[in-house]
Design a protein around this ligand. Structure first.
Ligand code: ZN
Length: 272
């Protein structure tokens, strides 16, 4: 069951032409920190799980100078149109950071779960926000290119079942990208989410999916991505995780160097 919300970014006063960006239809995925990813195509920038601060040393986070640039919308973080957050755990999300970002970036809209939206409102933000449904798969058109589909993917571990964990799928003109937050490795959840009815081109997954038997079965039989990105890697474990992942998926990319690991997927512009 799909409910369609068409977000008019123009009505929200968003200029997608701001800045001197080169408008390419290629889809560029830049590692921010932990599961944070900046996705860019056709001049539209979308940030998933990118706004968090120091939480625990095991989880990567941007140094203060870069975090300040991000929250203030200073290049390369200028013109971000859409902010998405998988869930409220602080290695993915910091309410004060999102509130500050929205205050400094009035071109941006936050689209997320009730738990995330409530937290950002409680942090004092009155910026535009869209709350997504937890009972059905939703699609939002991100103009000019890109359709965002959201669905609930319950968080791993029984003690975190109270967490609203959202999976995000973005279908650009011919490339689709999936980000799952900290979703449990559970085939039925993925099927019920509606996010993987069609195979995805790029899946951004916690690295443990790629190194566990159950995770690989889910990847190979249900998610079926053309390209894999392993995220949520502790800074101290990057080389070890790269070795382990390479045993199973030699072509996978492991997000390890903040702002230094970028994946570019070629995509032709629609009228080429
Ligand atoms: Zn979590």
């Amino acid at each position: 069951m799909y409910r369609i919300i068409v977000l008019s970014l123009c009505l929200l006063g968003i200029s997608l032409d701001a800045g001197a960006q080169v408008e390419s239809c290629d889809v560029t995925l830049t590692y921010i920190a932990n599961e944070g990813t900046l996705i860019e195509s056709s001049g539209t920038k979308i940030l998933i799980d990118g706004l968090h601060r120091e939480y625990r040393r095991d989880y990567s986070f941007l140094p203060d100078s870069l975090e300040n640039r991000l929250e203030n919308g200073v290049p390369p973080f200028d013109g971000i149109a859409v902010v998405l957050v998988s869930h409220v755990h602080r290695d993915h999300f910091e309410a004060a950071a999102v509130a500050r970002f929205l205050d400094k970036n009035d071109q941006a809209v936050l689209i997320s779960s009730p738990q995330v939206i409530d937290s950002v409102r409680a942090a004092g933000s009155t910026a535009p926000m869209e709350t997504i449904s937890l009972t059905s798969t939703e699609s939002v058109a991100l103009t000019p290119h890109g359709i965002l589909t959201t669905g609930v993917l319950p968080h791993s571990s029984a003690r975190f079942r109270w967490i609203q964990n959202i999976g995000h799928r973005i279908d650009f003109d011919s490339i689709s990208v999936l980000h799952v937050g900290d979703a449990d490795i559970n085939r039925r959840n993925f099927v019920e989410s509606g996010l993987v009815n069609d195979p995805v081109d790029v899946a951004i997954l916690p690295y443990w999916y790629l190194i566990s038997g159950d995770g690989r079965r889910l990847i190979d039989e249900t998610i079926r991505p053309g390209r894999l990105i392993a995220a949520h890697v502790s800074p101290a474990d990057v080389e070890e995780v790269r070795r382990e992942v390479a045993q199973h998926y030699p072509d996978a990319t492991v997000f390890g160097e903040m702002l230094g690991t970028t994946v570019v997927i070629e995509q032709k512009c629609p009228d080429e």
